[in-house]
Ligand binder design. Structure first.
Ligand code: PGA
Length: 266
């Protein structure tokens, strides 16, 4: 029996895949080379682009890998041209959804109110939300990180109950650490995870907050994953570029599985 929190790893495909051939090649390599992983200790999610989602869902079934998407709309159906219905995602068996990624905020006008609507839509449709928090470089330089995190959490989690909170996965992913050579420092990651925990305790019952998983994202790769997941406040990671090569992603899975098993034995 595992009494510790299950660790998690997310592969963020963004729109790195350019064709069905590339997607099917990825699937084949995963099936051929991933000999399995301990699903009691670790959750593995691939966050696909919308067009690849259903293919992955069908073709990776039986591997233990959960398949999610990178956004959803907050209404289930209606006159919302171009949007993606959470109801249809549920119907297709979507396991999880990214909400509020900094690229959505920076490039597509996502705000905290919309994050909140999307979190509630995910719960209504029984899809696990992975909620992004984190500051930009400007906010870091201004010293307003804590204020930003407080705002993201208090608006983003409006009308979320303690029971719902326990099921949300958070990811501290500062904008300035994405797409670089190096991730944030261990000191920063540890401090920000503690801050996030404390901010959640201001809003929710501490017993519920204790069950919440908080991940780190931003330039996670084979060189730095080990030191990142050894930080005790870190319950897992999200990786984009490092997950695009399936064999590299398998190596990340194996490293985090070892840490998850180590924590379970302690
Ligand atoms: P990266 O991106 O791993 O390529 O830095 C992370 C993300 O945007 O989720």
């Amino acid at each position: 029996m595992f009494t510790v929190k299950k660790m998690v790893i997310f592969a963020n495909w963004k729109i790195y895949m350019g064709s069905r051939a590339e997607v099917s090649g990825y699937v084949e390599k995963i099936k051929r080379n991933l000999s399995g992983f301990n699903t009691d200790a670790l959750e593995v999610h691939i966050m696909a682009d919308f067009l690849s989602f259903e293919y992955l869902k069908k073709n990776l079934s039986g591997t233990g890998i959960k398949i999610g998407v990178q956004d959803l709309f907050w209404e289930d159906s209606g006159a919302f041209a171009g949007e993606v219905s959470p109801l249809m995602l549920k119907d297709l068996g979507c396991d999880s959804v990214y909400i509020g990624h900094s690229e959505r905020k920076l490039l597509f006008g996502e705000n905290d109110e919309n994050v909140n609507r999307k979190v509630l839509a995910a719960f209504r449709n029984k899809i696990t939300p992975l909620v992004f928090i984190g500051e930009t470089k400007q906010e870091l330089d201004d010293g307003s990180t804590e204020e930003v995190l407080r705002r993201q959490l208090s608006i983003g989690l409006k009308n979320v109950t303690s029971g719902m909170l326990e099921k949300i996965i958070f990811i501290y992913e500062p904008r300035w650490a994405i797409g670089r050579e190096q991730s944030a420092s261990q000191e920063t990651i540890s401090a920000m995870h503690k801050k996030t925990y404390n901010l959640l305790v201001e809003l929710f019952a501490p017993e519920s907050v204790k069950k919440v998983r908080i991940l780190y994202g931003g330039s996670v790769n084979l060189e730095n994953i080990k030191e990142t997941i050894e930080i005790k406040e870190v319950d897992g990671v999200g990786a984009a570029r490092a997950s695009i090569d399936p064999l590299n992603f398998i190596k990340l899975i194996k490293i985090i599985e070892a840490e998850a098993l180590k924590r379970a034995r302690l």
